[in-house]
Design a protein around this ligand. Structure first.
Ligand code: FAD
Ligand code: FES
Length: 322
């Protein structure tokens, strides 16, 4: 069974007609923009923390869509106990002092809200948020954003009901901010448009950070299958949290399974190639990934791999999590 934690729900706050925030009576470390994995009835789903670490109680914000989110909206109330996996994910600014150009659509505001609150409280940079929604009533955190907007935070609302869907041409108005670090979260068509606009405005790939909201197909709370070892082992050197470790790596063992078995605190969530929580960079050698639903070609070209899906190809491999 995965290493999960049980937390009590302190409060459920209705944000819009179809979105709720679930406030947890818990205290744990995380970075702004990270997510939790929740057991939702028969399935597991990832939900970004919309709270700012250290400033308030942790909370996730869930928009009702299909089975998992409806389960949360209908079953969770103050006093409920939730099974959660530790915070994970790489959708988080390197420095809260950076200038940030943030794009969110619908429930994609969740991790962005966490980043905004943390950056306003602890950072010094300028923040520009482009926030698209179906109509006025579906804008999650409308009041909080109004209160936070000011010298450091500019909020640009886009309502589909009034303005139609945003296009790459509309987004060129944001050209003055293309020197900022860009963070994008929302439905795939929205992110495709934003990505296209940013690239057309000359924003390099390493300044564009993307969080994709997809549903897990497996359940990381269930028993993890352990495969039998066979054949000659490879060797892997891993740089994690400033420490270097070297292990023999059985050819049919996934890298994440190996690292956890060796007692390393390697990050993960879904264990099925869908969330990028386990992303790391390959510095030497080659691996093959059994499944990859999240990294794009540019990530792969940059040497990013998913530890939960990687098997060794070469005899020696070097990986870093920094
Ligand atoms: C890192 C990460 C962070 C996330 N953060 C958030 C967050 O902060 N807030 C949030 O609300 N969500 C978030 N999500 C998305 C969330 O995990 C779920 O994907 C979302 O809640 C939908 O799950 P569901 O079980 O309710 O819907 P599902 O049952 O998985 O359905 C999802 C969508 O697909 C449609 N669908 C389902 N089955 C079919 C089918 N057979 N044919 C056609 N359409 C179908 C549904 O109608 C629905 O529109 C995040 C996801 C990830 C990976
Ligand atoms: S743990 Fe989700 S992609 Fe590896």
């Amino acid at each position: 069974m995965s290493d999960y934690q049980q937390v009590t729900v302190a409060e459920v706050v209705r944000e819009t007609e179809d979105a709720v925030s679930v406030v947890l009576d818990a205290d744990f470390d995380y970075r702004p923009g990270q997510f939790l994995t929740l057991r939702c009835g028969e399935v597991a789903r990832c939900y970004s923390l919309s709270s700012a670490p250290g400033l308030e109680r942790p909370q996730v914000t869930v928009k009702r869509m299909g089975y998992g989110s409806t389960w949360v909206c209908e079953n969770i109330e103050a006093g409920s106990v939730l099974d959660i996996l530790p915070p994970a994910g790489v959708f988080t600014p390197k420095s809260l002092d950076d200038d940030l150009l943030l794009f969110a659509a619908g429930s994609g505001i969740t991790p962005v809200m966490s980043i905004i609150k943390a950056a306003l409280a602890r950072g010094t940079g300028k923040l520009v948020l482009f926030y698209a929604n179906r109509d006025e009533n579906s804008v999650i955190f409308a009041n909080q954003l109004r209160e936070m907007a000011g010298e450091r935070l500019t909020v640009i609302h886009w309502l589909e009901s009034l303005q139609g869907l945003p296009t790459a041409r509309h987004l060129t108005a944001l050209k003055p901010f293309t020197g900022y670090q860009a963070f994008l979260c929302g439905p795939t068509p929205f992110m495709d448009v934003v990505n296209q606009a940013l690239r057309a405005m000359g924003v390099p790939r390493d300044r564009i950070h993307v969080e994709k909201f997809i549903s897990l197909s497996g359940n990381p709370f269930e028993e993890v299958e352990v495969t039998e070892e066979d054949g000659e082992e490879a060797t892997v050197a891993v740089d994690l949290d400033g420490q270097e470790h070297t292990f023999p790596w059985p050819r049919n063992k996934k890298l994440l399974d190996l690292l956890l078995e060796k007692g390393l605190d390697a990050p993960y969530s879904c264990r099925e190639g869908a969330c990028s929580a386990c992303a790391c960079r390959i510095e030497r050698g080659e691996v093959k990934m059994l499944q990859n639903e999240i990294l794009d070609q540019e990530d792969l070209d940059d040497g990013i791999i998913l530890a939960c899906q990687s098997l060794p190809v070469t005899d020696t491999v070097r990986i870093t999590y920094t």
